[in-house]
Design a protein around this ligand. Structure first.
Ligand code: 5AD
Ligand code: SF4
Length: 451
């Protein structure tokens, strides 16, 4: 019998992608999506385990979902609660021990089994946590045209999953498993299907995307640089991006793609985490500050207008004031267009959670505030510097005001254009006239095509 399902995604872009694929899978079985959990026969929370706060959020949300389940039960309706994603993988049956209303716990590599798990409808909870036992992607249906259109002109495509780097703070190698790369042909079929339904910008995603090493149709292993240069040739692909990358995997082919592939946007998210060699070593990042700066230098030589972004962790165990100052110095030296920064969160099972020199929360908060102020200053300066420039904008949706249309610059900045002279999916040159705190405004440069 067709059921109504509700999916909520937490955390990273890969979870957004996985949630969409779970939706595609359930729709292909005749089920219908609802945006109201109170009306759903199936409630799926696709969870994130990266920091403690993310995990705690899930348990409070589960408390609310449990209430919905009992209200619906009183009206004679059955509700199945599914916990998917990284908390599922990390905590498994513990989730059911903490919240007995949960029916199914399914890990990020096992969600292709979802229809079968739901069908079983046991009164006992089911836990499915196989890590890459089967190729889940091969068992997922491609999304339908109408669903792709509803998601807009920009799409994510997972090309790589998992991580073998084992940074001392990070749960990802445990929740997502070892590195795997999808075969080139699978990536192409998915992208061709998306583009045929109106997608114009594709972001290739992976926990460690630049470690991509998928099997090509020639039987050889393709790097991310090669993959990007070939995907750029797919008719209809106007823009390409990729995220997230590790500095050690920034090979020359990828750096040269930034010079040679016009569809590849001049924007690179390259997390450094800390500007102190001592902390980088303790984090097991396997590179020092000098090596990071060398890579940045090479990328800038290859693509001089590239904008950079990074992730930072403050208050890693043992971080001294001096070590933190080194992070600020690195930020000043590089200059970032936009960044994410976090207080270190000790995660169960990770090596650095055992360190005896944990940093006081008050100190972490102070450092985070200082770092965020500097990063915000740089972000604003970067946005201001685009005023007066002509930037290509890919239009994505109508703006808040009547007639307004909103898109993104090559540097991921939101750009508003007042007069609705462009259509969604168009890539047009826009003269940037002003920069607000979170977006730019501009006007279309008439009679000129995008570069
Ligand atoms: N504590 C704080 N931040 C973390 N990140 C990963 N693990 C932790 C942790 N234990 C951050 C890193 C990573 C981003 C996705 O999340 O900066 O790049
Ligand atoms: Fe975590 Fe990224 Fe390091 Fe992998 S590379 S362990 S995802 S921080």
């Amino acid at each position: 019998m067709p059921k109504r399902f509700f999916v909520k995604s937490y955390g990273c872009q890969m979870n957004v992608y996985d949630s969409a694929r779970m939706g595609d899978l359930l729709r292909s079985g005749g089920h219908v999506e609802t945006s109201d959990p109170a009306k759903a026969d199936i409630v799926i929370l696709n969870t994130c385990h990266i920091r403690e706060r993310a995990t705690e959020k899930i348990f409070s949300e589960l408390g609310r979902v449990r209430e919905i389940k009992s209200e619906r039960a009183a009206q004679g309706h059955k509700t199945q609660i599914v916990v998917a994603g990284c908390v599922a993988q990390a905590e498994g049956a513990e989730i059911v021990a903490r919240q007995a209303a949960v029916d199914i716990v399914v890990g990020p590599q096992a969600y292709h089994q979802l229809p079968a798990l739901l069908e079983r409808g046991n009164s006992l909870p089911t836990v499915a946590l196989d890590l890459a036992a089967a190729d889940k992607f091969a068992q997922l249906p491609l999304p339908e045209r109408a669903d792709i259109r509803a998601r807009g002109v920009c799409a994510f495509v997972t090309v790589q999953e998992g991580c073998d780097k084992f940074c001392a703070f990070c749960v990802v190698p445990y929740t997502r498993g070892t590195e795997i790369s999808r075969p080139v042909s699978a990536v192409f079929s998915e992208i061709e299907n998306l583009v045929a339904s109106g997608v114009r910008e594709v972001t290739l995603i992976g926990q460690n995307v630049n470690a991509y090493h998928g099997v090509g149709p020639d039987g050889r292993t393709w790097t991310l640089g090669r993959l990007l240069s070939r995907v750029a040739k797919v008719t209809g692909v106007k823009r390409l991006r990729y995220t997230t990358s590790h500095p050690l995997d920034m090979d020359d082919e990828l750096i040269e793609a930034h010079r040679d592939v016009p569809a590849l946007m001049p924007y690179l998210h390259l997390p450094v985490q800390s500007g102190s060699d001592r902390i980088l070593a303790r984090m097991n990042r396997r590179h020092d500050v000098k090596a990071y700066l060398r890579i940045i230098d090479k990328i800038r030589k290859s693509r001089p207008d590239i904008a950079l972004s990074s992730d930072f962790i403050v208050g890693f165990p043992g971080e001294t004031d001096e070590n933190f100052e080194a992070t600020l110095a690195l930020v000043r030296e590089v200059g970032f267009a936009s960044s994410f920064s976090f207080k270190y969160s000790a995660r169960p099972g990770t090596p650095s959670a055992q360190a005896t020199d944990q940093i006081d929360d008050q100190v972490k908060s102070e450092r985070l505030a200082i770092l965020q102020e500097l990063l915000e200053e740089q972000r604003q300066a970067f946005n201001q510097a685009t005023v007066g420039r002509e930037l290509d904008v890919l239009f994505e949706k109508p703006g808040r005001h009547p007639g307004q249309i909103v898109g993104k610059s090559p540097y991921l900045q939101a750009v508003h254009v007042e007069r609705r002279v462009a259509t969604i999916g168009d890539l047009c040159p826009v003269l940037i006239t002003s920069a607000g705190p979170n977006s730019l405004a501009g006007r279309l440069v008439e009679g000129k095509a995008a570069a």
